[in-house]
Design a protein around this ligand. Structure first.
Ligand code: HEC
Length: 408
């Protein structure tokens, strides 16, 4: 009981940290994309002489700001150089810790859906972790192979859409829907942090090392670091909205329990990327001149509206509300105490019986109840999420009876 209690705290505190660090990371990343899109090439000779490639003016919080961008590097840096990586690393670390506390530690409850794949917690955890690694390897290889070719960004975009679609399909067929959604989000988010860790920061370190050494350096060779850093940070900006959708949507069971949950996830992530494209272009003076990029936003919104209509009660087979029906099977009481069987019969069977089996959980025979004992304890006693919205009016005394029986 103490362990479960402490895990709940770990979950809450890690989530708190994770959201804060993610705000800091996404915020600074949005800001730099905005900044880059609004830099104007200076005309004054002294700025050009210093090596300034672009500059902008902004007003915020009672003062004026005049950021300047130097390509490939300034000649000297007079003061402390600020690096941006802890936002990314701490987001990944806190996210991974949260994933561990919730899904890996409780693999048999949260990660595994026995009706999809009946594997051991160890195997499920191993495969889940390999999603993170394999996706990064594929994405990184695609960027290296195609990234700088003609139409490279388009090729990378199309290939990544295909890979993410496949990964969503696989995850939703192997893991419980909620875990699958989170896993796909974590997979893309891991690539985002890996971009920072393996390419952006090491590239910047090389440039700083070259410019602070006394020896002259090959600017051509250094330029690739700037180019690659930019490429990866642009990818990160398109990953942001899809990842945040995947992270949040796993709290909405009407989406992840749908039979085609993987299609919904891909469509919504695609909509997020399209909407991000709108903002990226909208925030740039260059595009401001060539018109409003609203078609991107329109595509994103149209996809979302399409999903809303598709999942509507008329066509949704997933969790269409069913009228309470009389329990069809009376729970056999041979291995489960009669008092427990009676409570489950009254409070759970209408959603977990022979006809309706929410989340594929069936509680209509002693064997099925016994099989789901640990989950029942988790749902009824620990999190008290069941009965759903307490629609069947379970009493605290009845929860206690379940607790006494199912306590691990
Ligand atoms: C009104 C319908 C309804 C009732 C009544 C109900 N459930 Fe559920 N149950 C659901 C739905 C819907 C889900 C899927 C929720 C989700 O995935 O977030 C679910 C999921 C579950 C799960 C799996 C949770 C998981 O995340 O894997 C268990 C275990 C469970 N219910 C046990 C019970 C027990 C025990 C009772 C009776 C005390 C009960 N339920 C009563 C609708 C119901």
């Amino acid at each position: 009981m103490m362990e479960v209690y402490l895990l709940e705290w770990a979950n809450l505190l890690l989530r708190w940290v994770h959201v804060i660090t993610a705000i800091a990371w996404v915020g600074s990343s949005f800001y730099f994309v905005f900044l880059d899109n609004n830099l104007l090439r200076p005309t004054s000779p002294d700025l050009l002489e210093k090596g300034v490639d672009g500059a902008m003016w902004a007003v915020h919080g009672g003062g004026f700001y005049n950021p300047q961008k130097y390509m490939i590097a300034p000649k000297v840096i007079h003061s402390k150089l600020h690096w941006f990586y802890w936002e990314s690393y701490s987001t990944w670390l806190s996210g991974f810790a949260l994933f561990t506390v919730l899904y890996l530690y409780n693999a048999s409850t949260y990660l595994i859906d026995k009706s999809l794949m009946n594997w051991s917690p160890g195997a499920a955890v191993g495969v889940a972790l390999s999603f993170l690694v394999v996706f990064w390897m594929i994405y990184d290889a695609v960027c290296q192979l195609f990234g700088f070719r003609k139409n490279g960004e388009l090729i990378v975009g199309v290939l990544m859409l295909a890979v993410i679609t496949f990964a969503s399909w696989l995850a939703c067929h192997w893991f419980a829907g909620r875990a699958a959604f989170l896993l796909v989000g974590a997979m893309v988010a891991t690539a985002m942090s890996a971009n920072v860790f393996f390419w952006i920061i090491p590239g910047q370190r090389k440039v700083v090392a070259a410019m602070t050494s006394d020896k002259p350096y090959d600017t051509k060779a250094m330029a690739i670091h700037g180019k690659r850093g930019k490429q990866r940070s642009v990818h990160n900006t398109y990953f942001t909205l899809p990842v945040i959708f995947a992270m949040l949507s796993n709290h909405y069971s009407f989406i992840y329990t749908h039979p085609q949950n993987w299609v919904i996830l891909v469509l919504m992530m695609f909509a997020g990327a399209a909407i991000r494209q709108y903002f990226v272009m909208r925030h740039g003076y260059k595009h401001g001149r060539s018109g409003n990029p609203w078609p991107y936003a329109a595509v994103g919104v149209a996809v979302i509206v399409g999903v809303i209509v598709w999942l509507g009660p008329r066509s949704s087979a997933a969790i269409a509300p069913t009228a309470p029906t009389a329990p069809s099977t009376t729970v056999a009481a041979d291995t489960v105490p009669t008092a427990v069987a009676k409570i489950i019969d009254q409070r759970c069977l209408m959603c977990h019986g022979a006809q309706v089996q929410m989340k594929n959980v069936r509680l209509d025979t002693a064997e099925n109840i016994q099989k789901n004992k640990a989950m029942v304890y988790q749902q009824v006693v620990v999190t008290q999420q069941m009965p759903m919205n307490n629609s069947t009016g379970i009493t605290p005394e009845e929860r206690q009876i379940i607790a006494d029986w199912a306590k691990p």
